[in-house]
Design a protein around this ligand. Structure first.
Ligand code: CMP
Length: 139
């Protein structure tokens, strides 16, 4: 089925001018960018977005990093978009990521892993709603 998923290009990647290269990789995988904007999120926005991880030992580090520079937030559309995006991103830890995946090509550590993508339909809907209003998504 045609799905939408939420994707984020993280500060380590925008800092290295990889916005285009990462977006191209997503497009080459068959995903279409139907919404996109550059945001420098506040610490509070990062904490809200990652609230599900707030008991994790890396939560502070994660929110500090995510508010340390610009990110690109995107909505991607395509056949099986949620799974397809997870495949093209590769494993969370770049050391475990498969050849040809975004994290294998570009990520430097488990924290600075260049991209985020929704893991399920429910989280995709929530994460899209966190960053975008309906009129900003143009399919
Ligand atoms: P992401 O898909 O954005 O979802 C939560 C993030 O937490 C994850 O990618 C990683 O970047 C980060 N993360 C996961 N585990 C660790 C860890 N052990 N140390 C630091 N960051 C982590």
């Amino acid at each position: 089925a045609i799905e939408r998923t939420f994707s984020m290009i993280k500060p380590d990647a925008t800092k290295r001018n990889l916005t285009g290269a990462i977006t191209k990789t997503l497009e080459d995988a068959g995903l279409r960018v139907v919404a996109s904007k550059r945001v420098w999120m506040s610490r509070r926005q990062a904490e809200g977005f990652y609230a599900v991880h707030k008991e994790r030992p890396f939560f502070d580090e994660l929110c500090e990093f995510m508010s340390s520079g610009p990110t690109i937030v995107q909505v991607l559309e395509g056949e099986n978009a949620i799974l397809k995006n997870r495949e093209v991103m590769g494993a969370t830890n770049p050391a475990d990521a498969a050849e040809g995946t975004i994290r294998k090509m570009f990520a430097t550590s488990i924290g600075e892993n260049s991209v985020h993508g929704s893991d399920a339909p429910e989280t995709a809907a929530e994460e899209i709603r966190y960053w975008f209003s309906d009129v900003e998504i143009v399919g």
